[in-house]
Design a protein around this ligand. Sequence first.
Ligand code: B12
Ligand code: SF4
Ligand code: SF4
Length: 393
Amino acid sequence: MAPGPDAAPPPGVARRLDAAALAGLLARVCPPHHLDLAGALALPCPLPHADRWRAYVAEGRHGGLDWLVREPEARLDPTGRDPWARTLLVFAQRYTDGWPADDPDPAAGGPPGEAESPDSPPWTARVARYARGLDYHDLLLGDIRGALAALTAAGPAFRARVAVDTGPYLEREYAWLAGLGFLGRNTCLIHEKLGSGLLLGVALTDLEVDGLPPAGVPAPEPLHGAVRRRRRAAPLAPLAPLAPVTRCGTCTRCIEACPTQAILPGGGLDAAGCLSTWTIEKRGRAPDGREAEQGGLLFGCDICQAVCPWNRRASAQPPPGQPPPGLPPLREGYGALPAHAELGLADLARLDDDAFRARFRRTPLWRAHPEGLRRNAARVLANLARRRGEGGT
Ligand code: B12
Ligand code: SF4
Ligand code: SF4
């Protein structure tokens, strides 16, 4: 049986296993499904950063994303909605190999001189890295479902509800608790060797797993990892309390680099001020007419990740565009789609709705709607013209 949302196991099949056995199974089923990291945590689970979530909601930092803050308390405990859930599996998939320091890509906060002309670099370099190819929801959901089906075929039968983004789960908090990485001031989940170019997904299951760290205590390593976070292996439970919440130290680069000052001094985000919200989620004008702050970015923003030393470190090992040693190649589908190169920024600014639908269905750009993409392209053109001293609005 392939578990999917609300799939129920056949009666009488064992759903209980220990963490070491689950780790062994994950090591078998994750690599063929392009899943670089996988971990598990016991439910119900108190969330150590629940107060950050409550403050985010109370201060209205969700930036008009009303779907996010509906039933805020429910987001803190998935077993309220699904009392059958016992274990949350958390998965991560790389979507980029490398954030080179001399990257001329304006979406990576590269030298402004490189962004002067609308013709160079190509517009896909103005799109956040996760969004240059196919829709990650399709890719990652499909891969997680495939891995769960293989897991069932190899052993336990269980019920599962899978989500990438859309479920009421604080995915980064869970990824940290499951040992996939630490939480940075830019709010991203960062793996010490892979950096933060990782997309996350979860599977709520009724598996009973013995030997996981106590609820609410972060694991120091995931159950499965294409590379280890630390050089020396740490046993799961005894060292668990030492797993770091954050490893930012005294660094504040992301806070300083954010063009809209959307990252709070103590870490955490004002989503209302984030360019990712302005260019993807928001309709209409930027808040208070702050269009100029969008600079040369067309869709999403990678600046607070591109400046992060942990991504620099992750990029330092391989030649640009190649996977770090010991890692499989990047999953197909995340590279810029060849068809994107048929258009320029000016074409995007006047693309009609039908052409938008024909070109961008099943890509992340779909989320901006045709009017959003036209608006973004027009803003970038105006910002570039202003930088060249040609005026613009
Ligand atoms: C809504 C949303 C957005 C909104 C709001 C983001 C926000 N920070 O709130 C907007 C549109 C701005 C956005 C932008 C981006 N997003 Co987004 N987004 C989401 C979504 C759907 C919900 C996030 C959420 O619940 N926010 C509420 C806040 C309070 O929760 P949180 O940021 O997760 O923080 C929790 C903990 O991490 C902790 N915490 C937060 N900050 C800090 C700081 C420190 C120091 C510590 C110790 C703890 C801590 O406290 C919180 C409560 O548990 C998630 C998917 C999901 N279901 O989780 C994807 C998700 C977070 N996004 C993702 C991505 C890739 C992005 C972008 C990089 C895309 C882009 N390039 O434009 C940017 C990054 C911007 C940024 N610096 O966060 C990935 C992140 C992967 C990763 N490695 O971290 C996710 C997980 C999607 C996925 N399935 O992979 N996103
Ligand atoms: S994604 Fe861009 S705008 Fe948003 S917090 Fe990071 S640097 Fe700031
Ligand atoms: S740039 Fe510095 S402060 Fe920001 S997430 Fe990376 S290490 Fe942490």
